[in-house]
Design a protein around this ligand. Structure first.
Ligand code: GAL
Length: 584
């Protein structure tokens, strides 16, 4: 009891004059060190050693650079200033290879080299008047907090290098990642064994994308990168990449184009996401002792006085398989305790109890009121019992709490008493990353999300009009209720490989064969340029074309139905007759 009281008092003492009050982080707040002075460590990084976190950053006096500062903390809330880890020294020379006072030092990054036993720091270096030098300054130290002594100032492999970071892989290899070619491309270079120079092993990435502020982290076999666009001190929309091979191709959501034409999927999902909650990424670091728990470090720049820029630190979730950063006015490390409570299920089991996690929002389909929406984890999250049908890939989906079944009725999603009708059957169409689009067996409408939005409260509905527009949902289980369920190995490289095989099998099973819904004979089938028209049904019956496994292809109410097919040979079973159709 005594211990409890004294801990509380200490926590309270830290709260005085500080936004990190010994128990929380307030993004954008005034964050003071343990002596009450504003923390001065911008564009930085956090490393962990011997029981302490060390925060390095740009130490600024207004716009001027004082060097690289270092702060220490055991809890991530209260920070004690250690001092300058890299102190400007010497005089400016025309060679531009010095670290004299007056030079610009930005985005310092530090890693430990287990082979040499040294701490290595890379910093973006400029001459102090402009951003034309685009060099790095490399320094090293015996102790994490420094002092760091200069090794050299140079352009890595002769590339212009502005925003830059280091990434230390689990195999001990380290990489330098920088914006290059006037911030047009991103270069990644494997470092020498001592981490002091780049090797010739390098690769240009994200060609023409103008990404900045790279922050790389790894989960399982997946490397994630958070970036900003390139608008100087002004914040813009964040975007992420991922890859299984750092020197190979990085995936950057090419398919997604923002209004300004920039590519990449946003890692922010809440209000304020269009400018990364007014911040620019600096680093992502893991929280000690907590699996898959990371902190996003961003800077809310004050372009006229960098010293007074604020820090935006937020938890990063990758439970969806992709990085998602939510906004919190204030948070503490307990946020991570429940972050991974819902886990992706390895295989859909008959009778399994799952919720639907939507891919882009990292949010769960819920029913706070009568209609469905995406919501944060909580009471309104709906758990469904998945029932296999006798057709592969097709399930009936029962709402656990009410025993009602989801049904597509007159174009909307309803919860109904169970009936043996196709309207209550749902096809799970697998995607490479383990998500499904969920399509109604009867009318082909897909479960979708209004406006492709990501925020809590976004309506979930049936998209009837354009069958190609759907959202992707993965099946998650509550690991507290069902510790016996098997979690998908979703951060492994083999996960996607296995899914690709499963998709091929599903594709095959889905090759077109079957039409149902009409008792009437058709009188004609016409094929032209991949377009199939079956016509002459009597009356205005509902006609639906399925694949062998029952996946919806097309449907119409009326006397004809038409649809497009990719080139191939198809067997169409139409009203008990099998017709062979060749599409070339
Ligand atoms: C940003 C960069 C900052 C700083 C700034 C100067 O693009 O991320 O670190 O260099 O430009 O305008």
């Amino acid at each position: 009891m005594n211990r409890l009281i004294s801990t509380t008092l200490v926590a309270f003492a830290f709260a005085v004059g500080a936004k990190a009050d010994g128990g929380s982080i307030v993004p954008g707040g005034n964050w003071n060190d343990t002596k009450g002075a504003a923390i001065n460590a911008h564009g930085g990084c956090v490393q962990y050693a011997d029981g302490f976190y060390y925060w390095f950053g740009e130490d600024r006096n207004g716009m001027k650079c004082n060097g690289v500062s270092c702060y220490r903390s055991s809890d991530l809330y209260s920070w004690t200033r250690v001092g300058l880890a890299l102190t400007p020294t010497g005089t400016m020379t025309d060679e531009n290879r010095d670290i004299a006072k007056g030079r610009t030092f930005e985005r310092p990054k530090v890693v430990y080299n287990a082979t040499t036993g040294k701490w290595v720091m890379w910093v973006h270096w400029e001459n102090g008047s402009d951003y034309g030098q685009a060099k790095v300054c490399v320094a090293q130290a015996d102790k994490i907090e420094g002092p760091y002594t200069l090794v050299d100032v140079f352009r890595p492999n002769d590339h212009d290098s502005r925003d830059q970071t280091l990434f230390l892989d689990t195999d001990g290899r380290a990489y330098h990642i920088c914006s290059t070619n006037m911030n047009t491309n991103t270069n990644i270079a494997l470092l020498s064994d001592d981490y002091l120079t780049p090797t010739a092993t390098e690769n240009l990435q994200l060609l023409g994308k103008k990404y900045e502020a790279a922050s790389i982290f790894k989960v399982g076999d997946i490397y994630y990168g958070l970036f900003s666009g390139c608008t100087g001190w002004t914040p813009n929309r964040g975007r992420y990449t991922y890859t299984y091979d750092l020197l190979g191709q990085w995936v950057s959501g090419n398919d997604f184009k923002d209004q300004d034409g920039s590519t990449g999927i946003n890692f922010c999902i809440d209000k304020g996401k269009d400018n990364t909650y007014q911040s620019q990424s600096a680093y992502v670091f893991p929280v000690q002792g907590k699996d898959k728990c990371f902190v996003y470090m961003g800077d809310r720049w004050n372009s006229g006085n960098v010293q007074s820029s604020k820090y935006i630190w937020l938890p990063v979730s990758i439970r969806s398989g992709y990085p998602a950063v939510r906004w919190y006015d204030s948070w503490n490390l307990s946020i991570f305790d429940n972050m991974y409570r819902y886990k992706r299920v390895a295989e859909v089991e008959d009778g399994g109890e799952y919720c639907l996690l939507e891919r882009n929002s990292d949010r769960v389909v819920s029913r706070p009121k009568s209609s469905l929406s995406l919501e944060d984890d909580g009471e309104s999250n709906i758990f469904f019992v998945f029932h296999k049908t006798d057709i592969p890939y097709i399930y009936k989906i029962e709402e656990k709490a009410t025993g009602k079944y989801i049904e597509s009725l007159f174009g909307s999603l309803r919860f109904q008493t169970e009936v043996d009708k196709d309207t209550q059957k749902w096809v799970l169409v697998l995607e490479e990353d383990g998500y499904y689009h969920i399509q109604n067996y009867s009318d082909g409408a897909c479960i979708s999300v209004s406006g492709n939005e990501t925020m809590a409260g976004t309506p979930v509905y049936l998209n009837e009009k354009d069958k190609n527009i759907h959202q992707s949902f993965a099946l998650y289980f509550d690991s507290e209720k069902h510790p016996e369920y098997v979690e998908a190995d979703m951060y492994s490289k083999s996960y996607r490989e296995k899914n690709r095989e499963l998709m091929a099998a599903q594709d095959e099973a889905m090759s077109i064969e079957g039409i149902s819904g009409s008792q009437d004979l058709y009188s004609d089938i016409a094929v032209a340029d991949g377009h199939v028209t079956i016509s002459g049904m009597q009356g205005s019956t509902v006609v639906t074309v399925y694949t062998v496994s029952g996946v919806y292809v097309a449907g119409a109410r009326g006397t004809s139905v038409s649809f497009d097919l990719n080139p191939g040979i198809y067997l169409l079973r139409i009203c008990d007759k099998v017709v062979k159709v060749r599409i070339s």
